[in-house]
Ligand binder design. Structure first.
Ligand SMILES: [Zn+2]
Ligand SMILES: [Zn+2]
Length: 344
């Protein structure tokens, strides 16, 4: 079968590999669609030894069941499925609480991370990783598993703060950000303020439910402050889907006293947090900072429900498998709007 693999650190190419065989408890899935994620760029850019090589990338997968392995019950050929990409140890404190995304044994284990992923015609996954998607298009189901699930999990963490009428700032309206706006619009009555440096991304934010859009620039904090009021008031929740120094500066510059910063984007910036009372604070008193990772299986089921209800839909740009490396180049250059989805 055809597969797009990281054949050496930083090298992504299409190669021919044997179609894998499902072991006991596993299922061979015919890949219908796989989302191209910024995390894949981090994997490509990681120092040698962090991720296995060669490895088929792709952790945002939907398709149909091809062949269930020995001992698998409940799944038959042709079943339409999404893949929950995380594979935790199953026995640690995090996993036992259903939080495989906070596994204490396997920090970044999963399909397309520690074993072959979905940038291929087929992928083998443990049967426990499958969730039914009903009649959702595969190109819609795939982005739900990460671009949908990751912001959903972050929003779940902040759910008690998302009171009707409060203000939420979403920074970075890319693959995750445009889903975050929709999740907020579908599940809360908050005021949604979207921030991006790209005009097309702000248009997308408006189309999917943002109440206000603010172009990123030197006066971003002032522009948001006009909407949320001066300190110590401000945004109750800020979801930073970028995570570089500039966006983290915006985030801490607009968050309210007692507010919450959700750092979803892995942009490598630094957020200073210094407890002082007698000079301008780095973050307001009472601020909580969280660095959420992906989400839980239960949350993915809820995200799929939002998708099936027509309340959450990725803005999708599709590419055939042999153009996957080009899709990642475009993603790296910031030229993908919404989510790039590869269709093998
Ligand atoms: Zn991802
Ligand atoms: Zn675990």
């Amino acid at each position: 079968m055809r597969a797009v693999r990281m054949t050496a650190p930083g090298v992504l190419e299409q190669v021919e590999v044997p179609t894998p065989t499902p072991g006991p408890g596993e299922v061979l899935v015919r890949v219908g669609a796989v989302g191209a994620c910024h995390s894949d760029l981090h994997i490509l850019d990681a120092p040698p030894g962090v991720f296995p090589v060669p490895i088929t990338l792709g952790h945002e997968i939907a398709g149909t069941v091809d062949t269930p392995g020995d001992g698998v019950t409940g799944w038959s050929a042709g079943d339409r499925v999404a893949v929950y990409g995380i594979i935790g140890c199953g026995t640690c404190r995090g996993c036992l609480r259903g939080r495989e995304n906070e596994c204490r044994t396997v920090p970044v284990g999963g399909v397309g991370l520690s074993r072959d992923g979905g940038l291929a015609e087929h992928v083998v996954v443990p049967a426990s990783r499958l969730l039914p998607v009903g009649d959702l298009e595969v190109t819609q189901a795939a982005p739900l598993t990460d671009a949908g699930l990751t912001p959903y999990h972050a929003i779940e963490l902040a759910r008690p703060a998302l009171r009707p009428g409060t203000s939420v700032v979403v920074i970075g309206i890319g693959g995750l950000g445009h889903m975050a706006v929709q999740i907020l619009a579908a599940t809360t009555a908050v005021r949604i303020i979207a921030v991006d440096s790209n005009v097309a991304a702000l248009d997308l934010a408006t189309r999917v439910g943002a109440h206000h859009v603010v172009p990123a620039g030197p006066d971003t904090v002032d522009r948001i402050r006009e909407l949320v009021g001066p300190a110590p008031d401000g945004a109750d929740v800020v979801i930073d889907c970028v995570g570089v120094d500039a966006t983290l500066t915006t985030a801490r510059g607009v968050v309210a006293t007692g507010g919450r910063l959700l750092l979803v984007g892995l942009g490598g910036g630094t957020l200073p947090v210094r407890p002082v009372a007698d000079e301008p604070p780095t973050v307001p008193f009472g601020t909580s900072v969280e660095v959420p990772f992906w989400g839980t299986r239960a949350e993915l089921q809820e995200v799929i429900a939002l998708g099936r209800a027509g309340l959450l839909a990725a803005d999708v740009q599709t590419f055939p498998l042999d153009r996957a490396p080009e899709a990642y180049d475009l993603l790296r250059a910031g030229d993908i709007h919404g989510r790039a989805v590869i269709v093998p």
